[in-house]
Write a protein that binds this ligand. Structure first.
Ligand code: SF4
Ligand SMILES: [Zn+2]
Ligand SMILES: [Zn+2]
Length: 316
Protein backbone atom coordinates (compact mmCIF):
# COMPACT_ATOMS: atom_id res chain seq x y z
CA UNK A 1 0.00 0.00 0.00
CA UNK A 2 1.38 3.43 -0.87
CA UNK A 3 0.18 6.92 -0.08
CA UNK A 4 -0.04 10.12 -2.11
CA UNK A 5 1.44 9.29 -5.47
CA UNK A 6 0.22 12.38 -7.37
CA UNK A 7 -0.05 10.43 -10.63
CA UNK A 8 -2.58 7.99 -9.20
CA UNK A 9 -6.30 8.64 -9.43
CA UNK A 10 -9.10 7.21 -7.29
CA UNK A 11 -10.85 4.41 -9.11
CA UNK A 12 -14.27 5.67 -7.99
CA UNK A 13 -14.07 9.43 -8.59
CA UNK A 14 -10.84 10.28 -10.48
CA UNK A 15 -9.69 12.57 -7.63
CA UNK A 16 -6.10 12.33 -6.46
CA UNK A 17 -5.60 8.96 -4.74
CA UNK A 18 -4.67 8.61 -1.09
CA UNK A 19 -4.20 4.85 -1.07
CA UNK A 20 -3.02 2.15 -3.43
CA UNK A 21 -3.75 -1.45 -2.39
CA UNK A 22 -2.03 -3.70 -4.95
CA UNK A 23 -3.18 -6.83 -3.09
CA UNK A 24 -6.79 -5.89 -3.99
CA UNK A 25 -5.91 -4.05 -7.22
CA UNK A 26 -7.65 -0.96 -5.79
CA UNK A 27 -6.76 2.74 -5.66
CA UNK A 28 -8.89 5.15 -3.66
CA UNK A 29 -9.08 8.74 -2.43
CA UNK A 30 -9.66 9.26 1.29
CA UNK A 31 -13.43 9.43 1.04
CA UNK A 32 -13.82 6.32 -1.11
CA UNK A 33 -11.33 4.32 0.95
CA UNK A 34 -13.28 5.04 4.14
CA UNK A 35 -16.52 4.14 2.33
CA UNK A 36 -14.95 0.89 1.06
CA UNK A 37 -13.79 -0.07 4.59
CA UNK A 38 -17.32 0.37 5.97
CA UNK A 39 -18.90 -1.57 3.09
CA UNK A 40 -16.37 -4.41 3.49
CA UNK A 41 -16.91 -4.53 7.25
CA UNK A 42 -20.67 -4.86 6.71
CA UNK A 43 -20.01 -7.56 4.07
CA UNK A 44 -17.80 -9.64 6.40
CA UNK A 45 -20.36 -9.39 9.24
CA UNK A 46 -23.02 -10.78 6.90
CA UNK A 47 -20.80 -13.34 5.13
CA UNK A 48 -19.74 -15.00 8.38
CA UNK A 49 -23.08 -14.40 10.16
CA UNK A 50 -21.27 -12.65 12.96
CA UNK A 51 -24.34 -11.10 14.56
CA UNK A 52 -27.80 -10.03 13.38
CA UNK A 53 -28.90 -6.39 12.88
CA UNK A 54 -29.90 -4.85 16.19
CA UNK A 55 -27.54 -7.05 18.28
CA UNK A 56 -26.10 -5.44 21.43
CA UNK A 57 -22.34 -5.44 20.96
CA UNK A 58 -19.43 -4.97 23.34
CA UNK A 59 -16.15 -3.90 21.71
CA UNK A 60 -12.95 -4.93 23.47
CA UNK A 61 -10.85 -1.78 23.17
CA UNK A 62 -7.14 -1.44 23.85
CA UNK A 63 -6.66 2.17 22.73
CA UNK A 64 -4.77 0.98 19.62
CA UNK A 65 -5.64 1.55 15.98
CA UNK A 66 -7.45 -1.74 15.34
CA UNK A 67 -9.92 -1.73 18.20
CA UNK A 68 -10.69 2.00 17.93
CA UNK A 69 -11.11 1.77 14.15
CA UNK A 70 -13.44 -1.20 14.60
CA UNK A 71 -15.50 0.64 17.22
CA UNK A 72 -15.70 3.67 14.91
CA UNK A 73 -16.73 1.56 11.90
CA UNK A 74 -19.43 -0.35 13.79
CA UNK A 75 -20.78 2.89 15.26
CA UNK A 76 -20.92 4.46 11.76
CA UNK A 77 -22.69 1.34 10.46
CA UNK A 78 -25.42 1.99 13.03
CA UNK A 79 -24.60 -0.87 15.43
CA UNK A 80 -25.42 -0.55 19.13
CA UNK A 81 -21.88 -0.92 20.45
CA UNK A 82 -20.36 -0.06 23.84
CA UNK A 83 -16.67 -0.34 24.72
CA UNK A 84 -14.83 -2.28 27.42
CA UNK A 85 -11.29 -1.35 28.43
CA UNK A 86 -9.22 -3.46 30.86
CA UNK A 87 -6.51 -1.50 32.66
CA UNK A 88 -3.91 -4.28 33.02
CA UNK A 89 -1.41 -2.21 35.01
CA UNK A 90 1.32 -2.39 32.38
CA UNK A 91 3.86 0.39 32.79
CA UNK A 92 7.01 0.66 30.72
CA UNK A 93 8.60 3.97 29.83
CA UNK A 94 5.48 5.35 28.21
CA UNK A 95 3.07 4.17 30.94
CA UNK A 96 1.36 1.87 28.47
CA UNK A 97 -1.90 1.11 30.32
CA UNK A 98 -2.47 4.71 31.48
CA UNK A 99 -1.82 6.10 28.01
CA UNK A 100 -4.02 3.55 26.27
CA UNK A 101 -6.87 4.13 28.74
CA UNK A 102 -6.67 7.86 27.99
CA UNK A 103 -6.86 7.16 24.23
CA UNK A 104 -9.93 4.95 24.71
CA UNK A 105 -11.61 7.53 26.95
CA UNK A 106 -10.89 10.38 24.51
CA UNK A 107 -12.30 8.37 21.62
CA UNK A 108 -15.51 7.47 23.48
CA UNK A 109 -15.94 11.02 24.81
CA UNK A 110 -15.63 12.59 21.35
CA UNK A 111 -18.39 10.32 20.00
CA UNK A 112 -20.62 10.17 23.08
CA UNK A 113 -20.15 6.38 23.33
CA UNK A 114 -20.30 4.35 26.55
CA UNK A 115 -16.94 2.99 27.74
CA UNK A 116 -16.60 0.68 30.74
CA UNK A 117 -13.22 0.41 32.44
CA UNK A 118 -12.09 -2.45 34.68
CA UNK A 119 -8.97 -1.42 36.64
CA UNK A 120 -7.49 -4.88 37.30
CA UNK A 121 -5.14 -3.86 40.12
CA UNK A 122 -7.80 -1.89 42.01
CA UNK A 123 -10.42 -4.58 41.53
CA UNK A 124 -8.28 -7.66 42.24
CA UNK A 125 -5.34 -6.36 44.27
CA UNK A 126 -2.58 -6.96 41.69
CA UNK A 127 -1.70 -5.77 38.20
CA UNK A 128 -1.27 -8.39 35.45
CA UNK A 129 2.56 -8.26 35.60
CA UNK A 130 2.35 -8.73 39.40
CA UNK A 131 0.00 -11.73 39.00
CA UNK A 132 2.37 -13.18 36.42
CA UNK A 133 5.45 -12.66 38.61
CA UNK A 134 3.75 -14.60 41.43
CA UNK A 135 2.90 -17.65 39.33
CA UNK A 136 4.86 -20.16 37.30
CA UNK A 137 2.75 -19.25 34.23
CA UNK A 138 4.57 -16.05 33.46
CA UNK A 139 7.63 -15.00 35.39
CA UNK A 140 9.50 -13.93 32.27
CA UNK A 141 6.64 -12.72 30.10
CA UNK A 142 3.13 -12.02 31.44
CA UNK A 143 1.34 -12.79 28.14
CA UNK A 144 -0.09 -16.13 29.17
CA UNK A 145 -1.55 -14.70 32.40
CA UNK A 146 -2.63 -11.58 30.50
CA UNK A 147 -4.50 -13.70 27.94
CA UNK A 148 -6.30 -15.58 30.71
CA UNK A 149 -7.26 -12.33 32.49
CA UNK A 150 -8.57 -10.74 29.28
CA UNK A 151 -10.53 -13.81 28.14
CA UNK A 152 -12.11 -14.33 31.53
CA UNK A 153 -13.02 -10.74 32.41
CA UNK A 154 -14.30 -9.81 28.96
CA UNK A 155 -16.42 -12.94 28.68
CA UNK A 156 -17.85 -12.50 32.15
CA UNK A 157 -18.54 -8.79 31.71
CA UNK A 158 -20.29 -9.34 28.36
CA UNK A 159 -22.46 -12.16 29.76
CA UNK A 160 -23.38 -10.40 32.99
CA UNK A 161 -24.41 -7.28 31.10
CA UNK A 162 -26.48 -9.09 28.50
CA UNK A 163 -24.45 -8.37 25.35
CA UNK A 164 -25.18 -10.53 22.30
CA UNK A 165 -21.56 -10.57 21.12
CA UNK A 166 -18.07 -9.44 22.05
CA UNK A 167 -16.27 -7.91 19.06
CA UNK A 168 -12.48 -7.66 18.84
CA UNK A 169 -10.22 -5.75 16.46
CA UNK A 170 -8.07 -8.68 15.26
CA UNK A 171 -6.87 -7.95 11.73
CA UNK A 172 -5.60 -10.24 8.97
CA UNK A 173 -1.98 -9.92 10.11
CA UNK A 174 -2.98 -11.07 13.61
CA UNK A 175 -5.01 -13.95 12.23
CA UNK A 176 -2.35 -15.26 9.84
CA UNK A 177 0.38 -14.77 12.49
CA UNK A 178 -1.55 -17.05 14.87
CA UNK A 179 -2.52 -19.42 12.06
CA UNK A 180 1.10 -19.80 10.95
CA UNK A 181 2.15 -20.68 14.53
CA UNK A 182 -0.72 -23.15 14.92
CA UNK A 183 0.08 -24.84 11.60
CA UNK A 184 3.80 -25.13 12.40
CA UNK A 185 2.92 -26.92 15.63
CA UNK A 186 -0.16 -28.71 14.16
CA UNK A 187 -2.31 -27.50 17.02
CA UNK A 188 -5.56 -29.03 15.80
CA UNK A 189 -7.63 -27.85 18.78
CA UNK A 190 -6.48 -24.29 18.22
CA UNK A 191 -7.02 -24.53 14.45
CA UNK A 192 -10.55 -25.74 15.09
CA UNK A 193 -11.21 -22.72 17.28
CA UNK A 194 -9.66 -20.16 14.93
CA UNK A 195 -12.56 -18.62 13.02
CA UNK A 196 -14.07 -15.20 12.24
CA UNK A 197 -16.82 -15.94 14.76
CA UNK A 198 -16.97 -18.22 17.81
CA UNK A 199 -20.46 -19.26 18.66
CA UNK A 200 -21.68 -18.57 22.17
CA UNK A 201 -22.54 -21.45 24.43
CA UNK A 202 -23.23 -22.28 28.02
CA UNK A 203 -21.24 -19.63 29.86
CA UNK A 204 -19.54 -18.29 26.73
CA UNK A 205 -20.46 -15.10 24.94
CA UNK A 206 -20.44 -15.10 21.13
CA UNK A 207 -17.18 -13.59 19.80
CA UNK A 208 -16.68 -11.96 16.41
CA UNK A 209 -13.77 -10.42 14.51
CA UNK A 210 -15.27 -8.12 11.85
CA UNK A 211 -11.79 -6.86 10.75
CA UNK A 212 -10.28 -10.35 10.27
CA UNK A 213 -9.85 -9.90 6.50
CA UNK A 214 -8.30 -6.41 6.61
CA UNK A 215 -4.54 -6.06 6.39
CA UNK A 216 -3.01 -4.22 9.33
CA UNK A 217 -1.96 -1.48 6.88
CA UNK A 218 -5.63 -1.00 5.99
CA UNK A 219 -6.78 -0.59 9.59
CA UNK A 220 -3.85 1.78 10.18
CA UNK A 221 -4.90 3.80 7.12
CA UNK A 222 -8.51 3.84 8.35
CA UNK A 223 -7.42 5.25 11.74
CA UNK A 224 -5.13 7.79 10.10
CA UNK A 225 -7.57 9.02 7.45
CA UNK A 226 -10.46 9.09 9.93
CA UNK A 227 -8.34 11.17 12.33
CA UNK A 228 -8.54 8.68 15.20
CA UNK A 229 -6.16 9.59 17.99
CA UNK A 230 -4.88 6.14 18.99
CA UNK A 231 -1.89 4.97 21.02
CA UNK A 232 0.91 4.00 18.67
CA UNK A 233 3.10 2.24 21.22
CA UNK A 234 2.88 -1.52 21.40
CA UNK A 235 2.71 -3.20 24.79
CA UNK A 236 6.35 -3.39 25.99
CA UNK A 237 5.96 -7.16 26.50
CA UNK A 238 5.09 -7.75 22.82
CA UNK A 239 8.70 -7.29 21.74
CA UNK A 240 10.46 -10.54 20.87
CA UNK A 241 7.26 -12.63 21.05
CA UNK A 242 6.74 -15.62 18.76
CA UNK A 243 3.68 -13.94 17.25
CA UNK A 244 5.78 -10.94 16.26
CA UNK A 245 8.41 -13.23 14.71
CA UNK A 246 5.69 -15.05 12.75
CA UNK A 247 4.32 -11.72 11.54
CA UNK A 248 7.76 -10.62 10.37
CA UNK A 249 8.25 -13.89 8.43
CA UNK A 250 4.85 -13.43 6.79
CA UNK A 251 5.63 -9.78 5.96
CA UNK A 252 8.67 -10.95 4.02
CA UNK A 253 6.56 -13.45 2.06
CA UNK A 254 3.86 -10.83 1.44
CA UNK A 255 6.42 -8.39 0.03
CA UNK A 256 7.49 -11.08 -2.48
CA UNK A 257 3.92 -12.21 -3.24
CA UNK A 258 1.34 -9.43 -2.65
CA UNK A 259 -1.94 -10.93 -1.51
CA UNK A 260 -0.27 -14.01 0.03
CA UNK A 261 -1.66 -13.39 3.53
CA UNK A 262 -5.21 -13.14 2.29
CA UNK A 263 -4.78 -16.33 0.19
CA UNK A 264 -3.34 -18.15 3.20
CA UNK A 265 -6.26 -17.08 5.40
CA UNK A 266 -9.07 -17.68 2.93
CA UNK A 267 -7.48 -21.00 1.92
CA UNK A 268 -7.47 -21.98 5.60
CA UNK A 269 -11.15 -21.06 5.98
CA UNK A 270 -11.99 -23.25 2.96
CA UNK A 271 -9.91 -26.14 4.33
CA UNK A 272 -11.53 -25.57 7.70
CA UNK A 273 -14.96 -26.02 6.15
CA UNK A 274 -13.86 -29.42 4.78
CA UNK A 275 -12.23 -30.54 8.03
CA UNK A 276 -14.73 -29.22 10.54
CA UNK A 277 -17.85 -28.50 8.49
CA UNK A 278 -17.85 -24.72 8.85
CA UNK A 279 -15.59 -22.02 7.42
CA UNK A 280 -16.63 -19.06 9.48
CA UNK A 281 -17.88 -20.34 12.83
CA UNK A 282 -15.84 -22.00 15.55
CA UNK A 283 -16.85 -23.50 18.83
CA UNK A 284 -16.34 -21.59 22.03
CA UNK A 285 -13.17 -22.30 23.99
CA UNK A 286 -13.15 -25.79 25.47
CA UNK A 287 -16.60 -26.55 24.12
CA UNK A 288 -15.47 -29.13 21.58
CA UNK A 289 -14.18 -31.36 24.34
CA UNK A 290 -17.75 -31.52 25.66
CA UNK A 291 -18.93 -31.78 29.24
CA UNK A 292 -17.81 -28.37 30.51
CA UNK A 293 -17.99 -28.08 34.29
CA UNK A 294 -18.90 -25.03 36.36
CA UNK A 295 -16.39 -23.34 38.67
CA UNK A 296 -17.70 -23.71 42.25
CA UNK A 297 -16.36 -20.25 43.16
CA UNK A 298 -17.45 -18.00 40.28
CA UNK A 299 -19.85 -20.17 38.26
CA UNK A 300 -17.99 -19.68 34.97
CA UNK A 301 -17.35 -22.68 32.69
CA UNK A 302 -14.17 -24.66 33.18
CA UNK A 303 -12.79 -27.84 31.57
CA UNK A 304 -11.66 -29.60 34.75
CA UNK A 305 -13.57 -30.09 37.98
CA UNK A 306 -12.75 -27.59 40.76
CA UNK A 307 -11.80 -23.93 40.60
CA UNK A 308 -11.38 -22.36 37.16
CA UNK A 309 -7.98 -21.01 36.06
CA UNK A 310 -9.02 -17.44 36.91
CA UNK A 311 -10.09 -18.31 40.47
CA UNK A 312 -6.87 -20.28 40.97
CA UNK A 313 -4.96 -17.20 39.82
CA UNK A 314 -6.66 -14.60 42.02
CA UNK A 315 -7.58 -16.88 44.98
CA UNK A 316 -4.87 -19.56 45.10
S1 SF4 B 1 1.88 -8.28 24.74
FE1 SF4 B 1 1.14 -7.10 26.52
S2 SF4 B 1 -1.08 -6.87 26.19
FE2 SF4 B 1 -0.37 -8.50 24.82
S3 SF4 B 1 -0.70 -10.38 25.97
FE3 SF4 B 1 1.44 -9.75 26.37
S4 SF4 B 1 1.29 -8.52 28.24
FE4 SF4 B 1 -0.79 -8.68 27.45
ZN1 LIG C 1 -12.61 8.84 -4.78
ZN1 LIG D 1 -13.93 -19.42 38.81
Amino acid sequence: MTFRNPAMKCRACEQRASIHMPQHKLIFCREHFLEWMLAQTARFIKKYQMFPPGARLLAAVSGGKDSLSLWDALWRLGCAVDGLYLHLGIGGEAGYSDASEQAARRFAGERGLALYVIPVQQAYGESVPQMAARTHRGRLRPCSVCGLVKRYLMNRYALEHGYDALVTGHNLDDEVGVLYGNVLAWQMDLLRRQAPVLQGGEGFVRKAKPFCRFYERETAAYALLRGIDYIEDECPFAEGSTLLENKEALNRLESLHPGMKLHFYSGFLNARAQMFGSSGTGLAEGEESGGMKRCPTCGQPTQAAGKCAWCKLVNP
